[in-house]
Design a protein around this ligand. Structure first.
Ligand SMILES: Cc1cc2nc3c(=O)[nH]c(=O)nc-3n(C[C@H](O)[C@H](O)[C@H](O)COP(=O)(O)OP(=O)(O)OC[C@H]3O[C@@H](n4cnc5c(N)ncnc54)[C@H](O)[C@@H]3O)c2cc1C
Length: 497
């Protein structure tokens, strides 16, 4: 495996950041490139504004509006010796200060896509690679449910939603199949699941009457939650949420999922929910990288860190290695997996490194987190907000909606994102949500091939029928049967679901 020596030589130390999520982006934004070479390794070249991700699934917002390229967040990354590399980190040797990376060549450009590995050396390392959805090892979740953490997953949900509507409208689709296609099951009653279900309810009441009124009565949204919906909020807000979900037509089921199948969700009670789309939003678990790192981990698989965010190995801080965001948790006081925590840890880490690399170096105080509160939108112009500091109080309804919208609008990282989001919100309000269906090229090719095969078979059948009528012989079967068995035609996992 080749070793890549950071460009820029020994003149400045190299700080490597793994991940471009909330934690990595907030760190890289204010890290001072005058004192170090900054190298970012991540599977994606942008930061994603996750609180608004559910709104992209129904076309309220466009995907790119909530993404910020990392070179725009830290312009120094555009020129060497600073760099961004799109790669998957699979291991870190903390003794050799070496990071194991895998890169994949250009997909779709040829048959043999090169997959290459390399090692990258660091002087200082910050792990900010987040977490993955928790499936609780329930069979069928990985294969048949959609997660809602990445843009590619939100795109998969939006495509499936529109495909189901188009399929349900075909004259060949029977009523029972229409009901299945238009039943959406959301698993997980946390803020993300609730916000997604509420935005879906808006789509069904505001847009379906314009684009497919005959189908409106057949739509159904079920929210499955094993405990309390919005369980981290106080009881008044939980009751308010329950009433609101009921009012906007979302069925809440207190149940546990036993299995997810291609066309249904099976509950431990034995009940089978036949559906056309399953969205899985039940919290996070350890990422593959967390599993391979040789350092201390807590029972949830998060990396153990101390109050200065140093990664611990055998209970002792590793030299020059920190971890921030969802991938890590303080051994004494684990914090929730929230953007609010990740972003503040990112800012703290930037000021720690800026102080450490300045001359003379200045030490940092321990990281402290004060939880200001939580919010959730409940569809239409309704939201709820629970404030914890500086004072404890709740707000619900339209006022909370205004706070929710303006808080997230101001938190968007750039004027560009604010402009795009504002235009999308106004556009969806004026013209309705965008249900344009744009297939991936691999999907479009498969669709065209299956349709063309079907047309050939049907033409042959009709010719035989005509011939049979002429000769008065036995008729062939009434319909051509084309079975679509998608080969591994796409590089986009969501397409194969
Ligand atoms: C739909 C949704 C809505 C949310 N809403 C809110 C909200 O309203 N308020 C709130 O406080 N929190 C919210 N959260 C939670 C919040 O988004 C997370 O806590 C936050 O994203 C964590 O930031 P992070 O940087 O640790 O990880 P992430 O944002 O997940 O970023 C991880 C980064 O690491 C990269 N990466 C992962 N593995 C590797 C690897 N092996 N090699 C290289 N790169 C890798 C990824 O590509 C990504 O760039 C929401 C989450 C979701 C999914």
């Amino acid at each position: 495996m080749p070793h890549v020596q950071p460009a820029g030589g020994a003149s400045k130390p190299t700080v490597v950041i793994i991940g471009t999520g909330w934690a990595g982006a907030c760190l890289v934004r204010t890290l001072d490139a005058a004192h170090c070479n900054i190298v970012v390794l991540s599977q994606r070249n942008h930061m994603l504004f996750t609180p608004l991700l559910p709104q992209t699934c129904t076309g309220t917002l466009e995907f790119r509006s909530i993404c910020e390229p990392v070179t725009r967040i830290q312009p120094a990354l555009a020129s060497l010796p600073n760099a961004f590399y799109r790669t998957m980190v699979f291991d870190v040797d903390f003794d050799l200060r070496s990071i194991g990376c895998i890169s994949v060549g250009v997909l779709g450009a040829g048959k043999n896509v090169p997959v290459k590995s390399f090692d990258y050396r660091y002087d200082y390392l910050v792990l900010a690679h987040g977490a993955r959805p928790n499936t609780f090892n329930i069979p069928g979740v990985e294969e048949h449910a959609f997660f809602l953490r990445e843009i590619s997953e939100a795109r998969g949900i939006r495509r499936r939603l529109v495909q189901n509507i188009m399929q349900a409208r075909l004259p060949t689709t029977e009523s029972e199949e229409q009901l299945r296609l238009l039943h959406i099951v959301v698993v997980g009653g946390g803020p993300t699941g609730v916000e997604f279900a509420a935005d879906l309810a808006d789509f069904l009441t505001q847009d379906i009457p314009k684009i497919a009124p005959a189908l409106q009565a057949k739509f159904h949204v079920t929210l499955v939650e094993a405990n309390e919906v919005l369980g981290t909020f106080d009881v008044t807000l939980r009751n308010y949420c329950a009433k609101r979900l009921n009012k906007i037509g979302i069925e809440v089921k207190k149940a546990v999922v036993a299995e997810v199948l291609e066309d249904s969700v099976v509950l431990t009670s034995g009940e089978v929910l036949r559906c056309g789309l399953v969205v899985w939003s039940t919290g996070v678990g350890a990422s593959p990288l967390n599993r391979s790192l040789k350092c201390d981990k807590n029972p949830q698989g998060r990396l153990c860190i101390d109050d200065h965010l140093h990664v611990l190995r055998d209970g002792k801080p590793l030299d020059r290695v920190w971890a921030i965001g969802d991938c890590a948790a303080d051994v004494k006081q684990p914090l929730p997996t929230l953007a609010a925590v990740a972003s503040r840890q990112g800012k703290y880490m930037a000021s720690t490194l800026n102080g450490l690399l300045a001359s003379p170096p200045s030490p940092s105080a321990p990281f402290k987190y004060v939880h200001l509160g939580s919010m959730a939108s409940l569809g239409g112009t309704v939201a709820l907000a629970e404030f914890k500091a500086p004072a404890t109080f709740d707000i619900k309804g339209f006022r909370a909606f205004l706070i929710w919208r303006s808080a997230y609008f101001t938190m968007l990282g750039s004027i560009r994102s604010r402009l795009y989001v504002a235009v999308n919100w106004i556009g969806s309000w004026l013209f309705g949500r965008d249900v344009t269906y744009i297939a991936e090229i691999s999907e479009a090719k498969l669709w065209a091939r299956l349709a063309s095969d079907g047309a050939t078979k049907e033409t042959a059948r009709r010719r035989l029928v005509a011939q049979a009528q002429k000769n008065r012989v036995v008729m062939p079967p009434p319909e051509a049967s084309v079975t679509a068995v998608p080969p591994s035609f796409s590089n986009d996992a969501s397409l194969q679901k």
